[in-house]
Design a protein. Structure first.
Length: 132
């Protein structure tokens, strides 16, 4: 499917990850220092929100990609998290196209080839993501 899955502990440290076939789009962003920092902060933001709400959380990251986190409970206490990510939104793609160019015009990356790689990321409807 091209999706990434990670098991994360309660301190937000990755225990194990399955990121086979990481999209070229994400690799290019993470190879840029500012892009890697934004990825890290985005992950921490969604993990904190999941910990606070104790519920499944989904958001569009700084790069326009959907990430989701679900808490794992043991004896009614959160014992970790499952992260699912690298999904391109399929709804209202024009919004994400605009956001994409606004975000990446400041990155030291050529926008057009990067946008092409964005279109290669698998897409799912929000309804599909929330029913998984």
């Amino acid at each position: 499917t091209g999706l990434s899955i990670a098991l994360v502990d309660t301190d937000f440290k990755t225990i194990i990850t399955y990121a086979y076939n990481t999209p070229e789009f994400c690799r290019k962003i993470q190879n840029c220092e500012c892009g890697a920092k934004l990825c890290y902060h985005s992950d921490m933001e969604i993990l904190r929100e999941c910990r606070r709400t104790k519920r499944f959380v989904s958001h569009v990251c700084h790069a326009g990609i959907i990430d989701s986190v679900m808490p794992i409970f043991k004896d009614m206490v959160i014992s970790g998290y499952i992260m699912l990510g690298r999904i391109r939104p399929s709804e209202d793609i024009t919004y994400y196209i605009k956001q994409f160019f606004l975000r990446f015009c400041v990155f030291p990356i050529i926008a057009n080839p990067l946008f092409f790689t964005f279109r290669l990321i698998p897409s799912f409807l929000q309804k599909q993501i929330h029913t998984s």
